[in-house]
Write a protein that binds this ligand. Structure first.
Ligand SMILES: [Zn+2]
Length: 147
């Protein structure tokens, strides 16, 4: 079954639901169709691709779950700002290098420019005598989802 994207009343992306669930939301008047999908109408409703909640919902569940780490999301967390020199960062630096068991995780990665990343190489910041301008941290959903 096709998944339908649910937006909060403020147009933030929330999650996906089944088409059946989306239709139920429309029938209970808790959501409206924001974008129409191809295909025939379902009862009085156009087939939705995206629905938007009528009332703003604070999604508490988001604070329980940690956003998944990804290279793209991590660079976004750090504002594409190099953790070592403050320049424009396009690469991921593993604080404890991957070759030495460092994980692809929020608290082991920082954004870095190619130059600093190359200079640090296979060392920890301490070994390379490079100071982190900020400590890696787990971001909030809000940071990751906001555009
Ligand atoms: Zn740098």
């Amino acid at each position: 079954m096709t998944a339908v994207l649910v937006l909060n009343a403020g147009y933030e992306r929330l999650h996906y639901v089944s088409l059946r669930h989306a239709i139920r939301m429309l029938s209970r008047n808790v959501a409206v169709v924001e974008t129409v999908a191809e295909g025939r109408a379902i009862g009085p409703w156009q087939r939705p691709a995206v629905v938007r909640l009528v009332r703003y919902v604070q999604m508490r569940w988001r604070t329980r779950a940690v956003p998944a780490w990804s290279r793209k999301a991590m660079l976004k967390r750090d504002g594409h700002c190099c953790a070592y020199c403050g320049g424009v960062a396009t690469t991921v630096d593993h604080v404890l290098p991957r070759s030495r068991g460092g994980a692809d995780s929020w608290i082991n990665t920082v954004a870095a420019c190619g130059r600093c990343n190359g200079r640090k190489g296979n060392r920890t910041p301490g070994e390379a005598k490079m100071r982190l301008r900020y400590q890696p941290r787990v971001p909030s959903w809000h940071e990751i989802l906001s555009i």
